[in-house]
Design a protein around this ligand. Structure first.
Ligand SMILES: *Cc1c(COP(=O)(O)O)cnc(C)c1O
Length: 412
């Protein structure tokens, strides 16, 4: 690959498999369903087990169809290696299972995907100290750092209020202090933003969302950008220290999180995700344009009290989003004036679907305080800026006029 020309984002995804040899010239990597792999020479099998040669051994740790997707994700994120998991949450859980120990400390943005918030609560119940901070200002992250801080974790655009972490400055801080910087890139996707550009060591993607994009398959991934020096990370087991420093983190994550806990991506799912990923750029561009049109229409309407979308000049981090992201993404949230009940409004929408999930081809709407953020309770919701009437919208690829008219007509 090193001698081939550098292609653009979509060309790379479309042709990455074909640049390695595939039988019959198949443009798609075939779905390999075998769980185990046979070797003519038993010594080769032994060498694969001992890490002396590359090869597949058992489906939980690796599969050729899944590897082809991992390679594509690495290309999208400009990383050195990726590991796929059964879901995005399994990828986040892998960070916990594979890299953290009792007595460690993590600093995380407090504006978090609800289930990630729950994982961090589990971590703190199991002896890992947790500081949740307002990561829109690096000073809050810096003030929370301790001697035992192992990881700083942020999302690019927070769901549902669309706060944007101080991505670049946090990256500089982590580099100075030698701390692993983990960025969940799900909301932006590698088409709009590559966290490697701001110094992330590991990048998380829920493949379920924009990358697969059609709401029909679950998956997750961790990508190592190659920027973090694992030789300084204290919890790499002796077994993985034998590898080059750049490979140690992923070797341990693959073994401890994927092999031991087993949340492996199926080859069928990997194939579906790879097909979805071919149109990631087209969908993200269209969804971002639709989201901007909707957000502008709603902000201009006097029946709407507030719209949170990084593409609007009224957004507190609009300038940062313009600097870092190719477009402003598919997700926004808004509140209606008190005289309009949010449930009544949602029920008047004809195209948008009352459903959780995001990054789908179809527009989805949800009253977040009553659903996905219900379990965490009113105090934590208040900290996250989530009012009872907040509506989250994940904008699809519908024709712009149709989706704008749907949201306008429902206003009254
Ligand atoms: C959905 C989501 C996840 C979890 O992904 P799943 O594939 O649903 O497990 C993690 N982070 C963010 C930001 C998400 O939106």
């Amino acid at each position: 690959m090193s001698t081939s020309p550098r292609y653009g984002f979509t060309t790379t995804i479309l042709h990455n498999d074909r640049q390695k040899e595939i039988e019959h010239g198949s443009p798609h990597k075939p779905v390999h369903t075998s769980v185990t792999y046979g070797y003519k020479d038993a010594r080769d099998l032994a060498e694969v087990f001992q890490g002396k040669q590359n090869g597949y051994r058992y489906g939980r740790q690796g599969n050729p169809t899944v590897s082809a997707l991992e390679d594509k994700i690495s290309k999208m994120e400009e990383g050195v290696a990726s590991i796929c998991f059964a879901t995005g949450m399994a990828a986040i859980g892998a960070v916990f299972q594979g890299l953290l120990r009792q007595g460690d400390h993590i600093v995380s943005s407090g504006f978090l995907f609800g289930n990630t918030n729950s994982v961090w609560q589990t971590c703190s119940e199991q002896g890992i100290d947790l500081s949740l901070v307002d990561a829109t200002d690096v000073a809050n992250v810096e003030a929370a750092l301790r001697e035992n801080t192992r990881i700083v974790f942020v999302e690019t655009i927070a769901n549902p209020r669309t706060q944007i972490a101080d991505l670049k400055r946090i990256g500089e801080l982590c580099r100075e202090r030698g701390i692993l910087y983990v960025v969940d890139n799900t909301m932006t996707s590698p088409y709009l933003f590559r966290p490697k550009a701001v110094g992330a060591g590991l990048v998380i993607n829920s493949l379920t969302k924009s990358i697969a994009g059609h709401g029909n398959v679950l998956g997750g991934a961790i990508t190592d950008t190659g920027l973090f020096d694992w030789s300084h990370y204290p919890h790499i087991a002796a077994n993985f220290r034998k590898q080059a420093p750049v490979a140690q983190g992923m070797a341990q994550l693959r073994a401890k999180a994927l092999r031991d806990f087993g949340a492996s991506l199926s080859p069928d799912a990997a194939h579906q995700i790879a097909v979805g990923a071919e149109t990631l750029a087209l969908r993200m561009a269209r969804e971002s344009a639709n989201a901007l049109a909707l957000a502008q229409m709603l902000e201009a309407d006097e029946r709407v009290s507030v719209v949170h979308y990084p593409g609007l000049p009224s957004h507190p981090q609009h300038a940062l989003a313009s600097e870092l992201f190719l477009a402003y993404g598919a997700l926004f949230s808004f509140e209606l004036k008190p005289e309009i009940d949010c449930f009544d409004y949602l029920n008047r929408l004809k195209l948008a679907i009352n459903a959780t999930h995001l990054g789908d081809t179809r527009t989805l709407v949800i009253p977040v305080a009553h659903t996905i953020f219900f379990e965490m309770g009113p105090a934590r919701r208040a900290e996250m800026g989530i009012n009872d009437s907040l509506i989250r919208v994940s904008v699809g690829i519908e024709d712009t006029a149709d989706i704008v008219n749907d949201f306008r007509a429902a206003l009254g």
